[in-house]
Write a protein that binds this ligand. Structure first.
Ligand code: NAD
Ligand code: ZN
Length: 355
């Protein structure tokens, strides 16, 4: 599959990944390689990754516990300390081998260690392949508030080997699918249409869809790396989605939703806002709701839950001057950014979601 050129780095696929690594990982270029993995990817992905890696640069492995609850500054502290103890210097490079938690946290650690060292993302979940590993946004959560601390620092490269998905649980695959649906909704109606019939999809099809999703995300990010304008389109579904994700993490940790599961709800709610603002037709809204609910089980919210979620919206990173911002659909395949909504409309969106 064709390499995609991003702003200042490239995204390589499958057979091109190992060639790229053996070309750049030379002792004259790097003092040490640190592979960062979580407890699950170190079991499922690291052995394969190491077996295919040819380099004379000394290598260390740093591992942390898997899970969003470890995407915090305490884990970073441990990793900065490990890097120091293991002789990391400004010529070290970090390879983040894992899902979005590893690429977000590892990117942040790399962008701050000794004021910034190089890093490469090797995403191993569908969500990280099509979304988290691309675009340079990194960071950690602050308590239950998602991604409050972080930087925008692009990786040296992103290496997507879709073979890693073989061990990924179905639920996690679906979580990644949510971001792919988003890419269609915000930018490419034809791409969205392919998800209307997922039956009979084989692995080659999936590889092609991943490639397309990366293209869409990269196309948007390249136009606006620091999110002053069009990059906000990627936040479709995420204003309410993040608040829902935070709410479950905080109040119902046992039922906590995966990122993509929360975003799936957020996309339906924000499509409703788009409908109410006359930006999409009722037919489009019903189609979006139908397709998403076909893939993602309906989540139940009582009125107390919704009130709590509304309170969480206030902390959204996307807020500017104290106002909650939305990126809403403007027809399927288009977005209108910098949109606002009355609370009343959001309550109505939840009511409609329940039906
Ligand atoms: P994750 O990293 O927690 O991975 C999900 C689970 O799958 C984890 O338990 C992980 O250990 C396991 N896993 C990873 N690869 C595996 C494999 N090949 N086989 C079996 N198990 C495997 O979560 P995620 O869904 O990949 O990413 C979610 C995170 O990404 C969130 O923190 C979100 O905020 C972040 N994110 C960031 C961006 C961005 O632009 N930076 C975009 C979207 C999401
Ligand atoms: Zn997302």
């Amino acid at each position: 599959m064709q390499t995609i050129n991003a702003n200042g780095y490239s995204v390589y696929f499958n057979e091109n990944c190992q060639n790229y690594l053996s070309e750049i990982l030379k002792p004259e270029a790097y003092s040490k390689i640190f592979i960062l993995a979580d407890s699950v990817t170190s079991e499922y992905c690291l052995p394969d990754f190491l077996a295919n890696l040819a380099t004379d640069v000394p290598l260390e492995i740093i591992e942390f516990e898997s899970g969003e609850q470890f995407k915090n500054i305490e884990t970073c502290y441990e990793i900065w300390s490990a890097l120091t103890e293991l002789g990391g210097d400004r010529k070290s490079i970090i390879i983040n081998l894992g899902g979005g938690v590893v690429t977000d946290l590892g990117g942040f650690v790399a962008s701050t260690f000794k004021r910034g060292i190089e890093y490469i993302n090797v995403p191993t979940t569908l969500l990280a392949m099509v979304d988290a590993s691309i675009g340079g946004k990194n960071g950690v959560d602050l308590g239950n508030l998602k991604n409050q601390i972080g930087t925008i620092t692009t990786p040296k490269a992103v290496l997507i080997s879709t073979g890693f998905l073989a061990t990924l649980p179905q639920k996690q695959m679906r979580s990644g699918l949510a971001e792919m649906l988003k890419h269609g909704l915000i930018q490419d109606k034809g791409y969205w249409d392919t998800f209307k019939n997922l039956n009979g999809l084989n692995t080659d099809d999936l590889d092609a869809l991943i490639h397309q999703s990366v293209e869409i995300k990269n196309n948007i990010v390249s136009q606006d790396p620091t999110e002053n304008g069009i990059r906000k389109a990627l936040n479709f579904g995420h204003t309410l989605g993040h608040a829902i994700e935070s709410f479950f993490l905080e109040n119902k940790p046992n039922e906590a939703l995966l990122h993509g599961e929360a975003i799936a709800v957020g996309m339906i709610l924000e499509s409703y806002l788009s409908l109410e603002k006359g930006l999409i037709s009722n037919e489009e809204y019903q189609e979006i709701k139908y397709i998403i609910l076909d893939l993602f089980e309906r989540v139940s919210f009582n009125s107390e839950d919704i009130k709590n979620i509304m309170d969480l919206l206030i902390h959204d990173k996307k807020n500017e001057f104290g106002k909650v911002q939305f990126a809403l659909l403007n027809g399927i395949g288009n977005v209108k950014i910098n949109q606002f909504s009355d609370n009343e409309l959001i309550y109505k969106a939840f009511e409609d979601y329940k039906m």
